[in-house]
Design a protein around this ligand. Sequence first.
Ligand SMILES: NC(=O)N[C@@H](CC(=O)O)C(=O)O
Ligand SMILES: [Zn+2]
Ligand SMILES: [Zn+2]
Length: 350
Amino acid sequence: MSDLETTQDSITITRPDDWHLHLRDGATLASVLPHSARQFGRAIVMPNLKPPVTTTAAAEAYRSRILAALPEGMSFDPLMTLYLTNNTAPDEIRRAQDSGIVHAVKLYPAGATTNSDAGVTDLSNCYKTLEVMQEVGMPFLVHGEVTDPEIDLFDREAVFIERVMRPLRRDFPALNIVFEHITTKHAAQYVAEAEGPIAATITAHHLLYNRNDIFKGGIRPHYYCLPVLKREEHRLALVTAATSGDERFFLGTDSAPHAQGAKEAACGCAGCYTALHAMELYAEAFERAGALDKLEAFASFNGPAFYGLPRNTGTITLKREQWTLPQTLPLADQQVVPLNAGETINWKMV
Ligand SMILES: NC(=O)N[C@@H](CC(=O)O)C(=O)O
Ligand SMILES: [Zn+2]
Ligand SMILES: [Zn+2]
């Protein structure tokens, strides 16, 4: 068959969800929320605000602010999370579970990423709390990087598996764990082969780019995120995992807005903004792998199955149509530079 005959010009799938999203707060929240709500039915909303969302009461208040910021006529269901600290009480987990609006608890190793200063210094501080999470079935979402400065930045995820993930899963074999935004063949292989309830989210940018893209002709801060982009062999392993049909892998954009000035700086913030065009980027990645037929499971089925939620009912359609990303988008009283700013991409959500 010729290329022409095998080329698909549109794809309609069950409305997808974003299982890892940063919406921020206040005027920034109002700027970014419509982008995610246009593409996704629900999102797991990250709790790394300043101050972090550490209690059920704070999660309920944050959820109300999100719903208040949602433009009329749009529907979107924010699935809230709690930020685990050294001092999160076991009772807080029971409150979270009873609330019905908190769907997971998030581990930020202290110092690992944006707004992680209040994070956990040693998981042994949290064992009583983890016991309750395991007992009530509250998922544990993990930013999987060690923070040991002796460990090379590019090895921090692989070392995390050995130093933290394996002991954690040995001690809590029934705890539902999501290895968030995986970036290495080590993590992909670990998740695919591990016994028990574990899954992983994969971003669009880690499917499309490798670490060369951060340094192409100069330093490109908009390709800097954490965990940092890795070598091509790792990107290929992530594409294989995402397109394998294995239900342990599902979509999480990790869209993480930072103002332009905070990214294009002497010490620039980590995070890529993809909320505007995430599904288009995933479609591109799946098409390049010849696996557009696997996109729906990854984007719309595997996540709800893991979280014990129903699939969305509507559909979205992506068409093969070239369009050019804007250079910037409004972000509160500043601007955010989307990933692929000014570039032409091949898919467009209708
Ligand atoms: N991914 C990132 O590079 N940044 C995220 C934090 C995170 O998910 O680690 C952010 O909140 O900006
Ligand atoms: Zn993270
Ligand atoms: Zn994130």
